[in-house]
Design a protein around this ligand. Structure first.
Ligand code: CA
Ligand code: CA
Length: 150
């Protein structure tokens, strides 16, 4: 969506959530993005100690991608690893004020262990930066965000 004219090299010509692009301030919202879950790292023990699976088994991670606490995508499960890789992509259209969360889960036959934290608190900078991989509480997720069709 175009919200006004601008010059790329004039600071403050556009709002933070509508960067200057080819002479126009273009809103980040209402556009579709390809969100790729690249990989993750998990700690050797789940939160609270103990082992991930019975008999000292390693975790079986997958990631839920949530918008406003509602899961919109789910990666496949990688069995028995602390360093899963997915490179799986889903398309999401963001609106102003949306929150994006990556939940790393351990697939279990009897229950699912949520081992995640919120990874994106500032969607504007996440979209502009395009990627991140900040570990939090021993869990790290690397993702990429790119506007669809770019
Ligand atoms: Ca396992
Ligand atoms: Ca498991």
């Amino acid at each position: 969506m175009t919200v006004g004219g601008c010059t790329q090299w004039v600071q403050g010509a556009c709002k933070a959530d509508a960067p200057c692009e080819k002479g126009e301030c273009v809103s980040l919202w209402g556009q579709t993005y390809d969100v790729t879950v690249v990989k993750a790292t998990l700690p050797s023990e789940p939160e609270g100690g103990g082992t991930w699976d019975g008999f000292g088994g390693m975790p079986d991670p997958y990631v839920l991608v949530e918008v406003n606490d509602v899961a919109v995508c789910k990666t496949s499960t990688v069995q028995d690893t602390f360093t899963p890789s997915w490179n799986e992509q889903c398309s999401i259209k963001f609106a102003k004020g949306d929150t994006l969360t990556f939940h790393v889960m351990d697939e279990d036959l009897t229950s699912d262990d949520d081992v995640s934290w919120d990874y994106v608190t500032d969607l504007v900078s996440a979209i502009k930066k395009g990627n991140s991989g900040a570990p939090s509480g021993g869990v790290g997720v690397v993702w990429e965000i790119e506007r669809s069709g770019q």
